[in-house]
Design a protein around this ligand. Structure first.
Ligand code: MTE
Ligand code: MO
Length: 364
């Protein structure tokens, strides 16, 4: 347990506050049984909206590309649809996933482990569009502005995030107008959003209205104040970028309504789930049925795209009745492995500590 007062802050109350509950009721997670789908059905994908969902009239909407460009652009949805099209499954995870398991609990959207989903995005690659606009040599950052507006940290703002020009021009970065073969639904950014494969969710600006090339690193709230790893409020910290590795399992058997504790009939069971990372494919997923005392390798399959989660499965011989503490952990191509315990930080970000699922094995 960490001493919150050391950080000049008040300890959050032991239970979830009405304000956290209000956020949790608006921003839902993906029920873990939906890990069975390669591509998450619309409505089961997690949702995170800082302010309100804006209403957008697609017939008058335009995307502006301006700032330090030789040819400023103003593009309609039809203009964007007429450009080269790509369709690719991409796994998103909110940087705050796991926040509610930190102690003391940073007060914000109280995710446990379900702020994840994989959608099949349809859109147009960003790099050629930037070439058409002709970025000036002194452009260093691109600022992506959404149509949603609100107050955060006492500052009224549009939702805005930036990318370095080199990151924005990478393969796979796209402007998406479709999700799972349909136009974007209002909650996922209709009519257009940015999709940056491998990065934490906040990067994927929804309700995109403007891309501005600027000559200095962007200092907006969501870039310079929020989404940074730090211990103290007055520290600059390090910005969150690529997703850390994480494996999740479909909780086996049936749940208790209130506690979600699992009940499984003794016998052989297949444990399955998904694993992903922003740093290359998942090389290994291990499972433990004894709370992490011993680990076994699982079978890992290729994902539906290089940017989407991999399915894994494991045959569990649950012939003995009793209490079991199931865990899983992923290792990515960069050799990063999930830790047993989280590392605390002020914003409650990037907690990729291993998932634990309590299971009672009983006779039928
Ligand atoms: N304009 C805008 N874009 C946004 C957000 C937002 O509040 N406003 N939330 C971000 C965050 S924090 C996450 S995790 C993802 C969530 O995307 P989804 O709701 O489509 O799953 O969108 C990002 N893009
Ligand atoms: Mo997020």
């Amino acid at each position: 347990m960490r001493d919150a007062t050391r950080h000049g802050e008040q300890s959050p109350p032991a239970g979830i506050t009405p304000e956290e509950l209000q956020l949790a009721a608006r921003n839902h997670g993906m029920p873990l049984e939906a890990l069975r789908h390669d591509v998450t059905p619309v409505g089961l994908h997690y949702l995170l909206i800082h302010y309100d969902i804006p209403t957008v009239d697609a017939s008058t909407w335009r995307l502006a590309v301006d700032g330090l460009v030789r040819t400023p652009l103003s593009l309609s949805l039809e203009d964007l649809r007429a450009r080269p099209t790509i369709r690719v499954p991409v796994t998103f995870e909110c940087a705050g996933n796991g926040r509610a398991r930190l102690s003391p609990r940073p007060v914000s959207q109280p995710w446990l482990s379900e702020a994840v989903g994989t959608a099949e995005w349809t859109g147009t690659p960003l790099a050629p569009l930037l070439r058409d606009a002709g970025l000036a040599d002194d452009a260093v950052d691109l600022v992506f502005t959404g149509l949603d507006r609100g107050v955060e940290g006492g500052i009224e703002q549009d939702y805005e995030r930036s990318l370095a020009v080199t990151d924005a021009a990478r393969d796979g970065v796209l402007l998406a107008y479709g999700l799972n073969g349909q136009p974007l639904p209002p909650q996922h950014g209709f009519p257009l959003r940015l999709v940056v494969p491998g990065w934490y969710g906040m990067t994927n600006v929804k309700w995109l209205t403007r891309i501005t090339a600027v000559a200095a690193p962007f200092q907006g709230y969501q870039q310079a104040t929020s989404y940074r790893l730090r211990q103290e409020a007055d520290e600059a910290g390090t910005p969150l970028t690529l997703m850390e590795p994480r494996a999740l399992m479909i909780p086996p058997g049936v749940p208790d309504f209130l506690t979600r504790r699992r009940f499984v009939v003794a016998g052989r069971h297949t444990l399955t789930g998904r694993a992903w990372s922003g740093r290359g494919p998942i090389l290994r997923v291990e499972v433990s049925v004894d709370g992490g005392a011993s680990w076994s390798d699982t079978r890992v399959e290729d994902g539906p795209s290089p940017w989407a989660w991999s399915r894994w499965s494991f045959g569990w011989d649950a012939s003995a009745v009793g209490e079991f503490d199931l865990c899983c952990r992923a290792t990515d191509a960069a050799g990063r492995v999930q830790p047993d315990e989280p590392t605390w930080n002020l914003g409650g970000y990037a907690n990729n500590a291993i998932q634990r699922v309590q299971v009672t094995v009983r006779t039928a």
